[in-house]
Design a protein around this ligand. Structure first.
Ligand SMILES: [Mn+2]
Length: 351
Protein backbone atom coordinates (compact mmCIF):
# COMPACT_ATOMS: atom_id res chain seq x y z
CA UNK A 1 0.00 0.00 0.00
CA UNK A 2 1.22 3.49 -0.70
CA UNK A 3 2.30 5.08 2.55
CA UNK A 4 2.80 8.58 1.30
CA UNK A 5 -0.61 9.64 0.06
CA UNK A 6 -1.79 11.08 3.37
CA UNK A 7 1.46 12.96 3.87
CA UNK A 8 1.36 14.34 0.34
CA UNK A 9 -2.26 15.39 0.27
CA UNK A 10 -1.90 18.35 2.59
CA UNK A 11 0.53 20.09 0.24
CA UNK A 12 -1.87 20.04 -2.67
CA UNK A 13 -5.15 21.52 -3.71
CA UNK A 14 -7.24 18.81 -5.31
CA UNK A 15 -7.13 18.99 -9.09
CA UNK A 16 -10.93 19.19 -9.30
CA UNK A 17 -10.63 22.84 -8.25
CA UNK A 18 -8.16 23.83 -10.93
CA UNK A 19 -9.20 25.56 -14.14
CA UNK A 20 -8.96 22.81 -16.72
CA UNK A 21 -9.61 20.28 -13.97
CA UNK A 22 -8.24 16.85 -13.52
CA UNK A 23 -5.76 15.20 -15.84
CA UNK A 24 -8.14 12.57 -17.22
CA UNK A 25 -7.87 8.90 -16.36
CA UNK A 26 -9.03 6.35 -13.75
CA UNK A 27 -11.91 8.66 -12.97
CA UNK A 28 -14.05 5.89 -11.45
CA UNK A 29 -11.65 5.55 -8.50
CA UNK A 30 -11.13 7.66 -5.38
CA UNK A 31 -8.01 9.88 -5.30
CA UNK A 32 -6.32 7.47 -2.89
CA UNK A 33 -7.12 4.44 -5.05
CA UNK A 34 -5.86 6.27 -8.11
CA UNK A 35 -2.64 7.06 -6.28
CA UNK A 36 -2.29 3.46 -5.15
CA UNK A 37 -2.64 2.08 -8.67
CA UNK A 38 -0.57 4.70 -10.43
CA UNK A 39 2.95 4.51 -11.73
CA UNK A 40 3.21 8.16 -12.75
CA UNK A 41 1.95 10.93 -10.48
CA UNK A 42 1.29 14.35 -11.96
CA UNK A 43 1.58 17.43 -9.82
CA UNK A 44 1.83 21.06 -10.66
CA UNK A 45 3.83 23.84 -9.09
CA UNK A 46 2.36 27.09 -10.43
CA UNK A 47 5.18 29.22 -9.04
CA UNK A 48 6.61 32.07 -11.09
CA UNK A 49 8.25 34.92 -9.29
CA UNK A 50 11.60 35.50 -10.96
CA UNK A 51 11.14 35.12 -14.72
CA UNK A 52 12.15 37.91 -16.98
CA UNK A 53 9.53 38.30 -19.68
CA UNK A 54 6.34 38.61 -17.63
CA UNK A 55 4.65 36.22 -15.23
CA UNK A 56 2.90 33.95 -17.72
CA UNK A 57 4.21 30.62 -16.42
CA UNK A 58 2.37 30.75 -13.07
CA UNK A 59 -0.72 29.81 -15.08
CA UNK A 60 1.09 27.42 -17.44
CA UNK A 61 0.27 24.31 -15.41
CA UNK A 62 -3.45 25.05 -15.52
CA UNK A 63 -3.22 25.51 -19.28
CA UNK A 64 -1.57 22.08 -19.51
CA UNK A 65 -4.43 20.66 -17.42
CA UNK A 66 -6.91 22.30 -19.77
CA UNK A 67 -5.08 20.82 -22.78
CA UNK A 68 -5.12 17.39 -21.17
CA UNK A 69 -8.82 17.51 -20.33
CA UNK A 70 -10.26 19.31 -23.36
CA UNK A 71 -7.86 19.54 -26.29
CA UNK A 72 -5.98 16.27 -26.74
CA UNK A 73 -7.18 12.68 -27.21
CA UNK A 74 -5.75 10.14 -24.80
CA UNK A 75 -5.71 7.56 -27.56
CA UNK A 76 -2.62 8.10 -29.69
CA UNK A 77 -3.62 7.12 -33.21
CA UNK A 78 0.02 7.20 -34.35
CA UNK A 79 1.20 4.52 -31.94
CA UNK A 80 -2.16 2.86 -31.35
CA UNK A 81 -1.59 3.22 -27.61
CA UNK A 82 -4.16 4.43 -25.17
CA UNK A 83 -2.90 6.48 -22.28
CA UNK A 84 -3.31 6.06 -19.36
CA UNK A 85 -4.47 2.49 -19.95
CA UNK A 86 -0.86 1.50 -20.55
CA UNK A 87 0.74 4.05 -18.22
CA UNK A 88 -1.42 4.30 -15.10
CA UNK A 89 -1.26 7.79 -13.70
CA UNK A 90 -2.73 9.80 -10.90
CA UNK A 91 -3.01 13.51 -10.37
CA UNK A 92 -2.05 14.97 -6.98
CA UNK A 93 -3.21 18.44 -7.95
CA UNK A 94 -1.79 21.88 -7.44
CA UNK A 95 1.02 22.60 -4.99
CA UNK A 96 0.02 25.37 -2.62
CA UNK A 97 2.62 28.03 -3.32
CA UNK A 98 0.57 30.99 -4.40
CA UNK A 99 2.34 34.32 -4.61
CA UNK A 100 0.02 37.30 -4.04
CA UNK A 101 -0.57 39.40 -7.16
CA UNK A 102 0.87 42.57 -5.58
CA UNK A 103 4.10 40.74 -4.68
CA UNK A 104 4.36 39.38 -8.23
CA UNK A 105 3.93 42.88 -9.62
CA UNK A 106 6.39 44.44 -7.18
CA UNK A 107 9.08 41.88 -8.08
CA UNK A 108 8.32 42.08 -11.82
CA UNK A 109 8.76 45.87 -11.78
CA UNK A 110 12.06 45.55 -9.93
CA UNK A 111 13.38 42.89 -12.37
CA UNK A 112 12.38 45.01 -15.38
CA UNK A 113 13.97 48.20 -14.06
CA UNK A 114 17.25 49.45 -15.62
CA UNK A 115 18.73 49.73 -12.12
CA UNK A 116 18.46 45.94 -11.67
CA UNK A 117 20.56 45.36 -14.80
CA UNK A 118 23.22 47.79 -13.55
CA UNK A 119 23.48 46.98 -9.86
CA UNK A 120 21.22 43.99 -9.13
CA UNK A 121 17.95 43.92 -7.24
CA UNK A 122 17.67 45.91 -4.01
CA UNK A 123 17.94 43.99 -0.76
CA UNK A 124 14.25 44.40 0.19
CA UNK A 125 13.17 42.74 -3.09
CA UNK A 126 15.68 39.90 -2.64
CA UNK A 127 14.28 39.34 0.85
CA UNK A 128 10.70 39.16 -0.49
CA UNK A 129 11.78 36.66 -3.18
CA UNK A 130 13.58 34.46 -0.62
CA UNK A 131 10.55 34.49 1.66
CA UNK A 132 8.37 33.15 -1.17
CA UNK A 133 10.99 30.64 -2.34
CA UNK A 134 10.81 29.22 1.18
CA UNK A 135 7.29 28.00 0.34
CA UNK A 136 8.94 25.52 -2.06
CA UNK A 137 11.02 23.90 0.71
CA UNK A 138 8.84 20.75 1.02
CA UNK A 139 9.41 19.84 -2.66
CA UNK A 140 12.48 17.59 -2.07
CA UNK A 141 10.54 15.66 0.58
CA UNK A 142 7.55 15.35 -1.73
CA UNK A 143 9.74 13.93 -4.52
CA UNK A 144 11.31 11.55 -1.98
CA UNK A 145 7.94 10.29 -0.71
CA UNK A 146 6.82 9.62 -4.28
CA UNK A 147 10.07 7.82 -5.08
CA UNK A 148 9.82 5.59 -2.00
CA UNK A 149 6.22 4.76 -2.92
CA UNK A 150 7.48 3.55 -6.30
CA UNK A 151 5.95 6.47 -8.19
CA UNK A 152 7.40 8.63 -10.93
CA UNK A 153 6.79 12.29 -10.11
CA UNK A 154 5.87 14.28 -13.23
CA UNK A 155 5.67 17.99 -12.47
CA UNK A 156 4.17 20.79 -14.51
CA UNK A 157 6.17 23.77 -13.34
CA UNK A 158 5.81 27.48 -13.68
CA UNK A 159 9.35 28.85 -13.62
CA UNK A 160 12.20 26.35 -13.86
CA UNK A 161 13.74 26.74 -10.38
CA UNK A 162 11.80 23.89 -8.64
CA UNK A 163 13.60 21.34 -10.86
CA UNK A 164 16.61 21.74 -8.55
CA UNK A 165 14.48 20.79 -5.54
CA UNK A 166 12.80 17.80 -7.20
CA UNK A 167 16.14 16.40 -8.40
CA UNK A 168 17.66 16.97 -4.96
CA UNK A 169 14.79 15.03 -3.33
CA UNK A 170 15.15 12.10 -5.74
CA UNK A 171 18.92 11.94 -5.31
CA UNK A 172 18.50 11.85 -1.52
CA UNK A 173 15.77 9.18 -1.61
CA UNK A 174 17.61 6.79 -3.90
CA UNK A 175 18.99 3.67 -2.29
CA UNK A 176 19.84 1.64 -5.36
CA UNK A 177 23.01 3.22 -6.68
CA UNK A 178 23.61 0.60 -9.36
CA UNK A 179 21.88 2.73 -11.96
CA UNK A 180 23.64 6.07 -12.40
CA UNK A 181 21.31 9.04 -12.14
CA UNK A 182 21.26 11.02 -15.38
CA UNK A 183 19.47 14.18 -16.45
CA UNK A 184 18.32 15.09 -19.95
CA UNK A 185 17.55 18.82 -19.93
CA UNK A 186 15.89 20.38 -22.98
CA UNK A 187 16.00 24.17 -22.95
CA UNK A 188 16.95 27.24 -24.95
CA UNK A 189 19.03 28.29 -21.91
CA UNK A 190 21.58 26.53 -19.75
CA UNK A 191 19.92 27.80 -16.53
CA UNK A 192 23.37 27.57 -15.01
CA UNK A 193 23.93 31.02 -13.57
CA UNK A 194 25.46 31.38 -10.11
CA UNK A 195 23.57 34.61 -9.69
CA UNK A 196 21.04 36.61 -11.67
CA UNK A 197 20.45 40.25 -10.67
CA UNK A 198 21.54 39.26 -7.16
CA UNK A 199 19.22 36.22 -6.98
CA UNK A 200 21.08 33.02 -6.07
CA UNK A 201 17.98 30.87 -6.58
CA UNK A 202 15.72 31.67 -9.52
CA UNK A 203 14.67 30.44 -12.96
CA UNK A 204 18.21 30.83 -14.35
CA UNK A 205 20.02 28.90 -11.58
CA UNK A 206 18.60 25.36 -11.12
CA UNK A 207 21.33 23.46 -12.97
CA UNK A 208 24.06 25.48 -11.25
CA UNK A 209 22.54 24.48 -7.91
CA UNK A 210 22.33 20.80 -8.95
CA UNK A 211 26.01 20.73 -9.96
CA UNK A 212 27.16 22.73 -6.95
CA UNK A 213 25.47 20.13 -4.72
CA UNK A 214 27.90 17.59 -6.16
CA UNK A 215 25.99 16.11 -9.09
CA UNK A 216 28.56 15.08 -11.72
CA UNK A 217 28.37 17.26 -14.82
CA UNK A 218 29.03 14.31 -17.13
CA UNK A 219 25.65 12.85 -16.04
CA UNK A 220 23.85 15.91 -17.43
CA UNK A 221 23.11 16.52 -21.10
CA UNK A 222 21.63 19.85 -22.17
CA UNK A 223 19.76 19.77 -25.48
CA UNK A 224 18.59 22.66 -27.65
CA UNK A 225 20.73 25.26 -25.84
CA UNK A 226 21.18 28.46 -27.84
CA UNK A 227 21.35 31.16 -25.15
CA UNK A 228 23.90 31.34 -22.35
CA UNK A 229 26.28 33.78 -20.75
CA UNK A 230 29.98 33.13 -21.40
CA UNK A 231 30.54 32.12 -17.77
CA UNK A 232 27.68 29.58 -17.96
CA UNK A 233 29.27 28.01 -21.05
CA UNK A 234 32.62 27.96 -19.27
CA UNK A 235 31.07 26.43 -16.13
CA UNK A 236 29.36 23.72 -18.24
CA UNK A 237 32.62 22.89 -20.03
CA UNK A 238 34.64 22.84 -16.81
CA UNK A 239 32.16 20.38 -15.26
CA UNK A 240 32.01 18.04 -18.26
CA UNK A 241 28.36 18.76 -19.05
CA UNK A 242 27.28 17.33 -22.42
CA UNK A 243 25.60 19.63 -24.90
CA UNK A 244 23.57 18.85 -28.01
CA UNK A 245 22.69 21.91 -30.03
CA UNK A 246 19.84 22.27 -32.50
CA UNK A 247 22.49 22.37 -35.23
CA UNK A 248 24.00 19.08 -34.02
CA UNK A 249 20.56 17.46 -34.28
CA UNK A 250 19.79 18.93 -37.71
CA UNK A 251 23.18 18.30 -39.30
CA UNK A 252 24.10 15.03 -37.65
CA UNK A 253 20.90 13.44 -36.40
CA UNK A 254 22.25 9.88 -36.27
CA UNK A 255 25.31 10.92 -34.26
CA UNK A 256 23.02 12.92 -31.94
CA UNK A 257 20.69 9.98 -31.35
CA UNK A 258 23.71 7.73 -30.74
CA UNK A 259 25.01 10.15 -28.14
CA UNK A 260 21.67 10.18 -26.29
CA UNK A 261 21.36 6.40 -26.56
CA UNK A 262 24.76 5.83 -24.98
CA UNK A 263 24.27 8.60 -22.41
CA UNK A 264 20.99 7.16 -21.10
CA UNK A 265 21.92 3.46 -21.11
CA UNK A 266 21.19 1.78 -17.78
CA UNK A 267 20.38 5.06 -16.03
CA UNK A 268 17.81 6.28 -13.57
CA UNK A 269 16.67 9.12 -15.75
CA UNK A 270 15.23 12.53 -15.00
CA UNK A 271 13.91 14.53 -17.97
CA UNK A 272 13.35 18.28 -17.68
CA UNK A 273 11.64 19.90 -20.65
CA UNK A 274 11.63 23.68 -20.73
CA UNK A 275 9.02 24.55 -23.34
CA UNK A 276 11.32 27.28 -24.70
CA UNK A 277 13.58 24.52 -26.00
CA UNK A 278 11.01 24.58 -28.81
CA UNK A 279 11.46 27.32 -31.38
CA UNK A 280 9.52 30.51 -30.65
CA UNK A 281 6.98 29.82 -33.41
CA UNK A 282 5.65 27.02 -31.17
CA UNK A 283 5.74 29.06 -27.96
CA UNK A 284 3.54 32.16 -28.17
CA UNK A 285 3.14 32.54 -24.40
CA UNK A 286 6.32 31.48 -22.61
CA UNK A 287 8.34 34.17 -20.82
CA UNK A 288 11.53 33.95 -22.87
CA UNK A 289 10.79 32.66 -26.39
CA UNK A 290 13.85 32.03 -28.56
CA UNK A 291 13.92 31.34 -32.33
CA UNK A 292 16.14 28.74 -34.04
CA UNK A 293 14.91 26.11 -31.60
CA UNK A 294 13.74 22.53 -31.64
CA UNK A 295 10.60 21.40 -33.42
CA UNK A 296 8.14 19.07 -31.68
CA UNK A 297 9.39 16.36 -34.09
CA UNK A 298 12.96 16.93 -32.85
CA UNK A 299 11.78 16.42 -29.26
CA UNK A 300 10.04 13.18 -30.22
CA UNK A 301 13.33 12.14 -31.86
CA UNK A 302 15.21 12.97 -28.65
CA UNK A 303 12.81 10.91 -26.54
CA UNK A 304 12.99 8.13 -29.15
CA UNK A 305 16.76 7.98 -28.70
CA UNK A 306 16.53 7.21 -24.98
CA UNK A 307 18.02 3.76 -24.33
CA UNK A 308 15.41 1.08 -23.57
CA UNK A 309 17.22 0.21 -20.32
CA UNK A 310 16.76 3.73 -18.89
CA UNK A 311 14.25 3.93 -16.05
CA UNK A 312 12.37 7.19 -15.73
CA UNK A 313 12.50 8.37 -12.09
CA UNK A 314 11.10 11.85 -12.57
CA UNK A 315 10.21 14.48 -15.13
CA UNK A 316 9.02 18.02 -15.43
CA UNK A 317 7.73 20.40 -18.05
CA UNK A 318 8.60 24.00 -17.21
CA UNK A 319 7.91 27.56 -18.33
CA UNK A 320 4.72 26.89 -20.30
CA UNK A 321 3.02 30.28 -20.41
CA UNK A 322 -0.66 31.14 -20.32
CA UNK A 323 -2.09 34.64 -20.29
CA UNK A 324 -5.68 33.48 -20.20
CA UNK A 325 -6.66 36.01 -22.82
CA UNK A 326 -9.11 35.61 -25.67
CA UNK A 327 -10.41 32.33 -27.00
CA UNK A 328 -8.22 29.33 -26.37
CA UNK A 329 -7.89 28.74 -30.10
CA UNK A 330 -6.24 32.17 -30.47
CA UNK A 331 -2.93 30.52 -29.66
CA UNK A 332 -2.45 31.15 -25.96
CA UNK A 333 -3.04 27.47 -25.24
CA UNK A 334 -1.02 26.25 -28.23
CA UNK A 335 2.18 25.62 -26.28
CA UNK A 336 0.25 23.89 -23.49
CA UNK A 337 -1.12 21.46 -26.08
CA UNK A 338 2.44 20.86 -27.31
CA UNK A 339 3.62 20.41 -23.70
CA UNK A 340 0.93 17.84 -22.92
CA UNK A 341 1.48 15.87 -26.13
CA UNK A 342 5.25 15.82 -25.56
CA UNK A 343 4.70 14.68 -21.95
CA UNK A 344 2.67 11.77 -23.32
CA UNK A 345 5.34 10.99 -25.93
CA UNK A 346 7.95 10.79 -23.16
CA UNK A 347 5.78 8.46 -21.08
CA UNK A 348 4.99 6.28 -24.11
CA UNK A 349 8.71 5.89 -24.74
CA UNK A 350 10.12 5.33 -21.27
CA UNK A 351 7.35 3.88 -19.11
MN1 LIG B 1 14.86 26.74 -18.23
Amino acid sequence: MPRGFGALQRFFQEPEYAFGGHVPGMSDLSPEERYGQSLVVFLDVPFDLTSTGGRTSARGPEAVRYASAKMVELYDCLSGRDLPATVPWADLGTYRAAVPKEVEEQVARAIASPAAEAEGLPQDILTVIDAHLASLKPLPDIAGILYRDGKIPFAFLGEHYPTALLVQGLLQAREDERHPFAIVHLDAHRDMKADYLGMRRCHTTPFYEILEAGFPGERLIQVGIRQAAADEDEYARAHGVHTLSVQDIRRRPDASWDKLYVFTEGTDLYVSLDIDSLSSEFTPSTGTPVPFGLSPDDVVGIFGAIHPTARLVGADVAEVGFRGEGEVRDGDVREAVAAWILAQKLLQKVV
